[in-house]
Design a protein around this ligand. Structure first.
Ligand SMILES: [Mg+2]
Length: 448
């Protein structure tokens, strides 16, 4: 059942309409909603017996731990820990372990975002599990109560627990969200503007935990005695701009409540589309390598079409493992420009296979391969070739649309190119992946 079907609500009051000119420039107010331990929460949604139990999710190829439930965090299981090293610990505490299931996470993320979009006039999907909401004009609202309603509704309609922070700027909203999760009693909702002693609160936040302050800047700032968010807020923005850069100067302003970072509803045009992966087992055969590159190319072309983009340039790369003592290291890539920009899988696959041939050297044990599409242009802005009377472009569009529609409705890979092969050891190791409950009919949960 799609989340969209539920969303008609008439009982929610609308933000007050300004009655005079001075109110037109209402104070800015942002909210950020963050899904709690998102991947682990997704896994639990279809395995409710795991609620309250430790859960971890592994990276591609089951390499290391990339998500942990609160119970798993409490056991001291670290982020990024190698799976093979932590197996004993996980077993000892009876931790539920899952391979990553991006089809499930992506679909549940869409549901969460659809629900969130009904709570504010504008939304910026910031990542798979975070969204900024615009609450300008909500001055007279009890945001604490509204925040609670947002969290309760999202959890009830999607099954995913979320937390929310409010602030006059995006940076303060982020900070409020962080505090809402770490401070007992706040229970996942916090409005920074309602805080009685903001300076004292800012003093409890380490400078490295501020949104946009990376590790390197944090180290440099600490060396100069700037240890907390309060310390940074007290710095002169002009001095910070001169000694660091304009981005950090903006952060100082944002900590002071001056909004400098706007809500971005439309994502900036992408510069590249990449599809690159480590293999489940080493690839030593050209046929297997050709299958894998064809598969990566197919996925990258799908991504391209989803964003209505065309590519001018295509690169293919292959490499062996740099840590493999028994084999000589080999890495190579090849790039070529297409005759005309395209997003037709057939054309891209043809070129990718040709490029692969020119860099593949037999005798190596390959660990990784990938494709990259760049010099991207929007399909809408494409300059048509004046002399091209051929209807090939239209036919190609029609064919690709049929392909994408069938695959999105009946599950990825329902229609695939013969060049991708079937099975093959190069496919990712995902021994512990849960079913794709929400995107594959055959994986639907059954109740007996
Ligand atoms: Mg999260």
């Amino acid at each position: 059942m799609s989340a969209n079907q539920h969303i008609t609500r008439s009982d929610r009051p609308l933000p007050s309409t300004p009655s005079n000119a001075s109110e037109v420039a209402a104070d800015k107010r942002f909210g950020i909603v963050d899904c709690n331990n998102f991947y682990a929460s997704c896994e639990r949604m279809f395995a409710p017996h795991l609620i309250g139990k430790p859960v971890v999710v592994l990276s591609n190829n089951d390499g290391c731990i990339i998500a942990r439930s609160n119970e798993a965090k409490a056991l001291g299981i670290g982020m990024g820990m190698a799976y093979f090293k932590s197996k004993q610990l996980l077993k000892k505490h009876d931790v539920a372990v899952f391979s990553s299931n991006y089809a499930l996470y992506g679909d549940l993320s869409n549901r969460v975002m659809t629900v969130l979009a009904t709570f504010a006039p504008r939304i910026e999907v910031y990542s798979i599990d975070e969204a900024f909401l615009d609450f300008q004009g909500f001055d007279r609202w009890d945001l604490d109560r509204y925040g609670r309603e947002i969290c309760d509704t999202t959890q009830q309609w999607t099954g995913i627990p979320v937390s929310i922070g409010f602030g006059a700027t995006k940076t303060l909203a982020k900070l409020a969200n962080r505090l809402s999760k770490k401070t007992p009693g706040m229970d996942g909702v916090f409005d920074f503007s309602s805080c009685e002693n903001p300076d004292a609160l800012l003093s409890t936040v380490a400078v490295g935990d501020i949104w946009g302050v990376g590790r390197r800047w944090a180290d440099r700032l600490q060396k100069e005695g700037v240890n907390t968010a309060f310390d940074l807020q007290q710095c002169d923005p002009a001095m910070i701009k001169q000694r660091f850069n304009v981005v950090l100067a903006r952060t100082v302003q944002e900590l002071r409540g001056v909004s400098c970072i706007e809500l971005e509803e439309v994502q900036a045009d992408r510069q590249q589309v990449l599809c690159s992966r480590s293999f489940g087992v080493r690839v030593t055969d050209f046929k297997d390598m050709r299958h894998s590159v064809t598969h990566f190319m197919t996925r990258a072309a799908e991504k391209l079409r989803k964003q209505n983009l065309l590519a001018n340039v295509l690169s293919v790369h292959v490499s062996t493992s740099p840590f493999d003592d028994n084999n000589e290291y080999y890495s190579n890539s090849c790039t070529s420009r297409l005759v005309a920009p395209t997003n037709d899988s057939r054309e891209l696959i043809r070129l990718a296979q040709r490029l692969l041939k020119s860099i593949y050297v037999a005798g190596h044990s390959y660990q990784r391969a990938g494709v990259m599409l760049s010099d991207l242009v929007s399909q809408r802005n494409l300059q048509q070739d004046l002399f091209n009377q051929d209807d090939g472009v239209e036919r190609s569009d029609a064919l690709m649309t049929v392909l994408d529609t069938i695959n999105s409705q009946m599950g990825n890979g329902t229609l695939s190119f013969a060049g991708e092969g079937f099975g093959g050891g190069w496919r990712m190791k995902q021994l512990l992946r849960s079913p794709r409950y929400t995107t594959r009919v055959s994986d639907l949960k059954t109740v007996s």
